[in-house]
Design a binder for this molecule. Structure first.
Ligand code: UDP
Length: 233
């Protein structure tokens, strides 16, 4: 049984058709699952990507720093939205950011985050690391290490890490387990390599799974879903 976890939701997994915006039904299902985890006395923190709005690295015709700033703000919008849906479902929430967003969010603080978690609130860490050239994968691992989670989950729109892109190769094979070192050595695009390096150094394990199956988050946290376990070595 986990005590404190961090769940990273990719922006795309929450998106509507065409990978943009939100699918409200999916977000409500996510909120209901987070509520159940809180009721199981698990301290739950969440990081949400921004790919359903904006990706800095895809905006090659503009200044990367500015493009990434827009990406970070996209993750703040996502967190405010999902946190609000969680409140509608009856869960206490807080959105923390590494930069000031006026009165809309709280500035990141480990101590405050731990206080909120102890009060059964779900804490959303938005805005990534607060710096360009990083991703929310890295932001998620950073916060997971800082608040000392005992488990880290990455919910995506694909059910794990494959040896090649399953959209391009129908014979692609999903890894049940793979080490961070193998991901780095094989330059697998499934996760950001900076995040993989940090996770390996911090001896954190990640469970990668698809958000799509019914109650996928609950099944992942309870160890009942097929996905990929990425382990440090
Ligand atoms: N981003 C950033 N620094 C961070 C985290 C995110 O600059 O620490 C920006 C970057 O432009 C990225 C965008 O925010 O493309 C959205 O995050 P990400 O691509 O990780 O979202 P996902 O692909 O998981 O939906």
């Amino acid at each position: 049984m986990h005590k404190r976890i961090l769940i990273k939701l990719s922006g795309e997994a929450l998106a509507g058709d065409g990978g943009k915006g939100f699918n409200h039904k999916i977000v409500i299902e996510v909120a209901q699952q987070l509520k159940q985890l809180v009721e199981e006395n698990i301290q739950v923190s969440v990081v949400i990507g921004g790919g359903n709005f904006w990706r800095g690295r895809s905006s090659s015709d503009m200044d990367r720093t500015k493009a990434d700033q827009i990406g970070m703000l996209a993750t703040v919008m996502n967190a405010i939205y999902v946190a609000n849906v969680c409140r509608s479902e009856g869960i206490g929430t807080v959105v923390q950011t590494p930069f000031v967003v006026g009165t809309m969010t709280e500035l990141f603080s480990k101590d405050k985050a731990l206080e909120h978690l102890a009060q059964n609130k779900v804490v959303f860490f938005a805005g990534g690391t607060g710096h360009p050239f990083f991703s929310t994968d890295t932001g998620a691992v950073l916060r997971a290490a800082e608040i000392e989670v005992d488990a880290l989950f990455f919910a995506k729109n694909i059910d794990g890490i494959y040896d090649s892109d399953p959209k391009l190769n129908k014979n692609a094979i999903r890894h049940d387990r793979i080490s961070f070192k193998e991901i780095i050595a094989q330059n697998l695009k499934a996760m950001d390599l900076t995040a993989a390096t940090l996770c390996n150094e911090q001896k954190l394990q990640i469970i990668v799974f698809s958000l799509e199956p019914y109650n996928a988050i609950l099944k992942a946290v309870h160890g009942e879903i097929a996905g990929t376990t990425i382990y440090p070595d």
